[in-house]
Design a protein. Structure first.
Length: 138
């Protein structure tokens, strides 16, 4: 049996369409998605839950849920790297950039395009991001 290669064709439109990057398989297959979509939006809460195999709402394992886990950061880093290599925009939403300065630093250093924040963290995190971008020459 001959394998057929899927040829992704980008749609023709002025309105950008982003694909959610919440599943580990979406991260691993990001290059194929880049052929069809204008960019990616990482849902870090769901990506963390599915990467670690944890239910963040379960009292039994909720304390293990952490977007800063090395495996989750590797998945996010891979998604960003692939998007950049494919010339696509990539952003993230979730709790971690609002709560942890070191996670925001990781995202800036990985060259993410946009970060969604909780209203109470906007000023503090924007100042941090500006400082980090200046430090790394972004």
């Amino acid at each position: 049996m001959r394998r057929r290669r899927l040829r992704a064709q980008r749609r023709k439109s002025d309105d950008p369409v982003y694909v959610m990057c919440e599943l580990p398989c979406n991260v691993i297959g990001a290059e194929a998605f880049a052929g069809r979509f204008d960019g990616f939006s990482i849902g870090s809460n769901d990506l963390t839950q599915l990467t670690l195999g944890l239910d963040r709402d379960s009292a039994l394992v909720a304390e293990l849920f952490d977007e800063r886990h090395a495996t989750v950061k590797a998945m996010i880093g891979l998604a960003i790297k692939t998007a950049k290599r494919c010339g696509r925009k990539i952003g993230i939403y979730g709790q971690a950039p609002s709560d942890y300065a070191e996670f925001a630093r990781f995202l800036v250093e990985a060259r993410i395009d946009s970060i969604s924040l909780n209203p109470d963290a906007i000023v503090r995190t924007r100042l941090l991001v500006a400082k980090l971008e200046q430090e790394i020459g972004a």
